[in-house]
Design a binder for this molecule. Structure first.
Ligand code: GTP
Ligand code: MG
Length: 212
């Protein structure tokens, strides 16, 4: 297993508060409570890096983290350089005012369209749920704006393997209605660490092409 060192670089709502875009960056987006912060912690292998909470809507700002290899093992696997993660506030939380929702949209649009070092957005989807309108809208928006993204299904430990397979198949069928080629899909669990190696390999490949 790779070991990393990580640090919280900052928390901000506006571009001028975000860290300098000097390293390749990966963002985690998805419905409130889908497991974004947990996945960040699972990937990096540090439990309390990003704040995990049972109260939905806890992450309000863009939370930036810098990740660096802590062992030569990480370096061997193509993760020898530093990179950044952005934990984004979730959408779809009912108890949010219209003003807050509008502020979220402005911030997220700015981030996704203007963050120049953004390499890929991981759209997290709760594998237990039927395809949700707001997830599909997010995916549609990313596609229309040509923001590179992949889908990471979360909480796969909460279902049996056949249920996971059937829910992912349903999601694919819905995507196929609008997409000719499907985005890359990952099945993950922050509990069992399923998908960790695959996601890290994906990140390593992109990092390898970074010319900052
Ligand atoms: P917001 O920041 O509020 O939008 O939520 P989030 O998407 O960051 O979710 P968070 O990581 O805080 O997790 C929400 C809840 O789901 C917590 O109680 C986590 O422990 C739980 N959880 C997250 N991922 C998994 C998973 O893979 N498996 C299981 N069983 N629980 C998970
Ligand atoms: Mg969070």
């Amino acid at each position: 297993m790779q070991n990393f060192r990580a640090e919280h670089l900052g928390s901000g709502r506006k571009a001028e508060h975000w860290p300098k875009p000097s390293l390749p960056e990966y963002a985690f987006i998805g419905r409130s409570n889908v497991g974004k912060s947990s996945l960040v912690n699972m990937l990096v292998g540090i439990n309390k890096l990003a704040r995990v909470s049972n109260t939905p809507g806890r992450t309000r700002n863009v939370e930036h983290f810098k990740v660096e290899p802590a062992t030569s093992r990480a370096a061997e696997k193509g993760l020898g350089m530093a990179w950044m993660l952005a934990d984004l506030p979730g959408y779809g939380f009912a108890k949010v005012s219209r003003d807050e929702r509008a502020a979220w949209k402005t911030m997220i649009d700015t981030y996704l369209l203007e963050r120049e070092n953004l390499q890929c957005v991981f759209v997290l989807v709760d594998v237990r749920l039927e395809p949700q309108k707001n997830d599909l809208e997010m995916i549609q928006w990313l596609g229309e704006h040509q923001v590179p993204f992949v889908i990471a299904f979360t909480k796969s430990d909460k279902l049996s393997q056949p249920q996971v397979v059937s829910n992912v198949a349903l999601f694919k069928r819905v995507l196929k209605k609008t997409w000719q080629t499907l985005p890359t899909l990952f099945i993950t669990s922050s509990e069992t660490r399923k998908g960790r190696e695959e996601l890290l390999e994906y990140i390593a490949n992109i990092n390898a092409g970074w010319r900052g």
